[in-house]
Design a protein around this ligand. Structure first.
Ligand code: NOJ
Length: 751
């Protein structure tokens, strides 16, 4: 160990704080203040800091006020009325014995008032700049109510679209999730978390929550350590390095150990390996849910397990406030452990500047909510998040050639549903639907006929479909907005069948039969299995629930004022039976070749055979409907002259990569160029491909640009047979392409 590190550890230990980085003068001052406070705190006050409750869950206001005054509450969640926040804060600061401010939390997941696309849509932009700016706007709006802590970003890698919470994360890829997670942390916390317009990020759910068996929320996970470290943990580590101030545990048990009682995750990995210096909060009642897991026998035991594992704050299970006093008296939990938790919590309160600046300006929100620049960025993000999956030339629509346009489908004018999951504060009245936007922009030149056909995404009644079909006969083109209501994805909203709900499928089929061009726009919180509907449509735009400005964004794309540039952050299966289906799976001994005998080709009374001897389904082959990274443009791009600066690299070197990207189409457009690698041989099997870098590049028609990228060889590291993070020497393949399946590999070596 280098001497400097030993010295720092000694210094930090003597000051008894966890040493995330070298202490600055201010840090030292803060730690001294924390020590002073801790020395004055009674046991009850200490335990109070570890207790988080919902403002609506204590029943009477009086009860809450009293508890705050007695120092029994460290944090409240879900209070967004600035006057009430100030009232509670005043009690904490002016009437509680030590005047420790509250930290007020809220699920601000994809915007506060101005709603951005669901995080899965944000990931489809492949644009961390807009994601960071969007998080900043969310912080500006939420902090105007006094909320200084958001339970976001969710960094769970989702390889199963049946899991409803796939909407809340950045998809299936570790690198993309890490990039987007870092962007969100930076956006929320700003350059200075003490800025009153900044809020603490909470990275969640630690860890592996998204791998719930069968995609059923809250279910068990079985993630071996190598997979955990290679795939699920890196986005969290990156966010910790970016300064994330808090972290939330997850509901699942992994291989039998619930995350809220997982010492390996919370102490060994998070504190010892990553030097995390913020605080850890449980998920909602996940402390006492360890009883239902059969891991704790009663609430006291659950509190004991959670505190010992390293959960600093108990969200809504009341186990700490009720049982820690006796557990400490009985010597089951040392007061030193409690002091460490308090130190972590107080450190975050100091970093947020809550001691100096506890109150919110109660009038600020009037100028901040839905500010024009917020709406502008929400529109840009929504525009960039839309992925074009098919286009036979029908799009973009030419305003001058269409006399009558039919707008139909249950999502055409669904202000509530286009906002997506986890929206508590965004409002329908501020939301612009596609129907509104198209009427506003084109109503003067085109006859817009609106027939909703179905009242909501699960409506199956045929009467409306008949009306839409009649209207389609008199129209020059048909725009059908289908998908799923916001409530069909998100927490606990999992599905076994990902097909478009029956009525919508029938609607698209019936419209296709009319013979007019059909443009299908899907708004959803997850990939849906839309193979048939894609065949029936001339063009398909996939818009993960796009938020407040989804309507204008889609109108601009449909009429060619904007060119689609989104790419899929997740693989689209053809059928839910293929799940899990993700691009970066490990290499098998018998990979699918594409010429296998399928179900329809097997003769009756066929004798026993292994039918092609590869890994595939007889009825569906092995390919997805659309691969990760896929997305079309109104233009087209060519990748040529992909060249590396060497053939062999040392482990400390940087790979220099050059290629020419040409816009071969007729529109100025943006391409998301993607870099993938494959480690051909390892001490353990490696993925067929892994995304390592990407860049959005805008080119005019006919324009060509030589692009230079660098990739440190250290980025090729993975957990080897001994679980060490290693770059193993050997051969690698590298692709630069517009998705995860295109392009030819370039070979290089690491020595
Ligand atoms: C439970 C969810 O799992 C978590 O993501 C959320 O932040 C908390 N509830 C608080 O609402």
């Amino acid at each position: 160990m280098p001497l400097k590190k030993i010295f720092l550890i000694l210094l930090c230990t003597s000051l008894s704080w966890s040493c995330a980085q070298e202490q600055t003068g201010t840090d030292r001052e803060t730690e001294k203040k924390i020590s002073r406070l801790i020395s004055q705190m009674t046991l009850e006050e200490k335990i109070g800091q570890m207790n988080q409750i919902s403002s609506s869950n204590m029943g009477m206001d009086q009860g809450l006020a009293e508890a705050i005054e007695k120092g029994q509450i460290g944090s409240i969640l879900n209070e967004v009325d600035p006057a009430r926040v100030n009232t509670y804060q005043k009690i904490a600061v002016e009437r509680s014995r030590l005047g420790i401010p509250l930290i007020v939390g809220r699920d601000v997941i994809h915007g506060f008032k101005t709603i951005f696309p669901v995080p899965l849509g944000m990931a489809a932009t492949f644009n961390p700049t807009v994601v960071e700016q969007g998080a900043r706007i969310a912080a500006r709006e939420a902090t105007a109510t006094g909320v200084r802590w958001t339970f976001s970003p969710m960094l769970d890698i989702a390889r199963d679209p049946r899991w409803g919470r796939i909407a809340e994360g950045f998809g299936e890829d570790t690198y993309l999730t890490a990039v987007m997670g870092e962007a969100m942390v930076k956006g929320y916390q700003g350059t200075d978390p003490a800025d009153p317009a900044s809020m603490a990020a909470c990275i969640k759910h630690f860890a592996g929550y998204s791998a719930a068996e069968g995609g059923r929320d809250y279910n068990s996970t079985f993630i071996p350590e190598r997979l955990l470290r290679n795939v699920y943990l890196p986005p969290f580590q990156k966010a910790v390095e970016a300064g994330a101030l808090t972290l939330m545990t997850s509901f699942n048990d992994n291989d039998g150990v619930p995350s809220t009682g997982n010492t390996f995750l919370l102490r060994n990995v998070l504190r010892d390996e990553w030097d995390f210096s913020g605080f850890v909060v449980s998920d909602w009642s996940s402390v006492t849910e360890m009883i239902a897991h059969g891991f704790a026998k009663d609430p006291g035991h659950a509190a004991d397990l959670a505190v010992n594992a390293g959960v600093d704050m108990d969200m809504m299970s009341f186990a700490y406030i009720t049982h820690l006093p006796e557990l400490i008296k009985e010597g089951k939990i040392s007061e030193k452990l409690i002091d460490e938790a308090i130190r972590n919590i107080l450190r975050v309160k100091f970093r947020l500047g809550l001691f100096e600046n506890p109150y919110v300006d109660e009038n600020l929100h009037k100028d901040v909510f839905y500010a024009p620049d917020h709406l502008e960025l929400a529109k840009q993000t929504a525009t960039e998040s839309v992925v074009m999956l098919k286009n036979d030339g029908t799009l973009p629509l030419d305003e001058t050639r269409i006399k009558t346009l039919l707008v139909t489908g249950p999502m055409a004018d669904a202000a509530h549903d286009q906002l997506g999951t986890w929206v508590f504060d965004g409002e329908e009245h501020a939301t612009i639907t596609p129907l509104q936007a198209i009427r506003d922009a084109y109503g003067h030149s085109i006859r817009i006929v609106y027939e909703p056909a179905l009242s909501h995404s699960r409506d199956n009644s045929p009467a409306g479909i008949r009306k839409a079909v009649l209207a389609a006969r008199r129209a020059d083109a048909v725009l059908v907005f289908a998908g799923e209501e916001s409530i069909l994805s998100g927490e606990a909203h999992c599905l076994a069948n990902l097909d478009l709900q029956e009525g919508q499928s029938r609607l698209i089929e019936a419209l296709k039969a009319v013979g007019k061009p059909v443009i299908t726009v899907i708004m959803a919180g997850r990939p849906l299995t839309i193979e048939k509907e894609t065949t029936w449509s001339n063009a398909v735009l996939y818009s993960f629930h796009p938020g407040t400005m989804g309507g204008p964004a889609l109108a601009d794309l449909i009429f060619g004022l904007e060119v689609p540039s989104g790419k899929l952050p997740v693989t689209f299966p053809r059928s839910s039976g293929q799940i899990p289906l993700y691009y970066n799976h490990n290499r098998t001994g018998r990979p699918f070749l594409g010429n296998e005998t399928l179900l329809k080709d097997i003769p009756p009374k066929a004798g026993q055979t292994s039918l092609g001897n590869t890994s595939f389904y007889l009825d569906l082959g092995a390919d997805p409907l659309f691969p990760f990274g896929y997305g079309l443009s109104y233009s087209a791009f060519a990748y040529t002259n992909i060249t590396l600066d060497k053939v062999s690299y040392g482990k400390d070197e940087v790979i220099g990569l050059t290629f020419d990207l040409t816009n071969t189409g007729k529109y100025t457009a943006t391409e998301v160029a993607q870099l993938y690698i494959c480690d051909k041989t390892g001490s353990v099997t490696r993925p067929v491909k892994e995304l390592k870098y990407f860049e959005r590049i805008t080119l005019n028609p006919g324009e060509s640009r030589t692009v230079n990228w660098t990739l440190p060889v250290s980025e090729l590291a993975f957990r080897d047979l001994n679980m060490d993070l290693t770059v193993e020497p050997g051969q690698f393949e590298l692709w630069v392409a517009g998705d995860s399946v295109s392009g030819d590999p370039v070979l290089f070596e690491v020595h």
